[in-house]
Design a protein around this ligand. Sequence first.
Ligand code: BG6
Length: 528
Amino acid sequence: MTEGFDEHGQQASPCTMVIFGASGDLTKRKLIPALCNLAKDRLLSPQFAVIGFSYDSLTTEAFREQLSKDIREFAPEALDDKLWDWILERLYYVQGDFQDSAAYEKLRVQIAAAEKAHSTQGNRFFYLAVSPKFFAPVAKQLGQAGLTQETDGRWSRVIVEKPFGRDLDSAKELNRELKKILSEQQIYRIDHYLGKETVQNLMVFRFANSIAEPLWNRQFIDSVQITAAETVGVEQRGGFYETAGALRDMVPNHLFQLLSLTAMEPPISFDADAVRDKQAEILHAVQVPKPEEVTTMAVRGQYGEGMAGAERLPAYRAEPRVSAASNTETFAALRLEIDNWRWSGVPFYLRTGKRLPRRATEIAIQFRRSPFVLFRKTKIADLQTNRLVIHIQPDEGISLRFGAKVPGPVMRLGLVNMEFDYARDFGRSHSTGYERLLYDCMIGDATLFQRADMVEAGWRVIQPVLDVWSAVPAERFPNYAAGSWGPAEADELLTREGRSWRPIGEEHASSEPNAVPATVGRATAGVH
Ligand code: BG6
């Protein structure tokens, strides 16, 4: 049993949710299952309705029927029939072209009808699960149809999915376009990484525990590694990926969210702007590389053919909708520095890639070595340092590595891990990762959404890398085998500074250098 947590939040305000692109994958895989979870936790108001809006010619009945089938496949746990009926009677569909103002008139009529039928009090939010090229046109049409007005205490919000721009200029332009119609408070830029429990837990770990903060600086921390590794290739997304690449796809958004939450100063409160001010501040403090530095601080890679166990994996260039001469990177690693008092001189190494050996997203905080005084006779290589790892997925938890005496008559040091495991200590979560984000939008809490300045600050840091990489094509792509940990240059990024990437998946003592076999000693900690 865990103690001391109030699991019951307040019910969200009455509102209508409009999903643009409702016939797409996100709706059936994430959004509708997330609404079911919120309804189950009684966090949705009974005065609630959902309108799907899309180009596909469906009726409300057909939409309901389709989702009734989909939900059986995608609900994270067995679905209660009554709960599904509750959702179903609040679901509507409007067919239309996102660029056609007549469609917005139809939408306006349907919203008015849903508002009347479900007493949603004129509050609404629009979830744009559409191609980014439609973000600005849809916002404009919504504005022209009078659907973004906030009068008489009613609210109207717009959620946009990534990618938010494809470089600094296009992100700025998109912000400008959206702000012609919406105020910053009405724009909710989603980054699904912020829906992950362990990412949210980062703030709690750092700021609700007095042991973390005093150590959280250059005096005690040697370096930080942030990894988002995927085993999948580009699957059916080759067309999109060819225009994006690993750096754009993952770094200025997901990885920078992790970086900013890890490195930010304590906010003065958990108010949206207090937290986001601190995140933005850290993103502004990241050194922007000069073009001539790009080759030493950034590494790109592309997977060639490889093996995963007995399975042969195709090269990126052989994937569907990928050019046979593609120069798109499927792996990126960066060495960044943060120019502030707390982090000066502490490198932050970031890496992300497709077709790596293991799916793992984590932040590893590498502490400095303790003075050798007491262990003069121990080989330096045997004196391992403390390391705190925040496991974000697929396993969620935190582990701390420390030295312990191996039992026996001689003084021998071993490494053990102290572990907190979310599933073990709090039970397995059936969350889709979207519950908190949808709920926060309905209660008007934008803490977990990106502000315009944060998005732009992220692009600012990687812009020189994008520029250099597009001006100078990669010389020897493919440069890593599918199923391996990326190109050799990514290792060199650290080895030339006397460091190495953490061997992911081998955190249990037995596989670390100089480690004590797990059977000899593994300390575990739980919240009981
Ligand atoms: C998306 C990227 O934003 O994040 C994908 O476009 C990537 O390429 C995905 O696979 C990773 O998300 P997660 O939650 O699986 O780490």
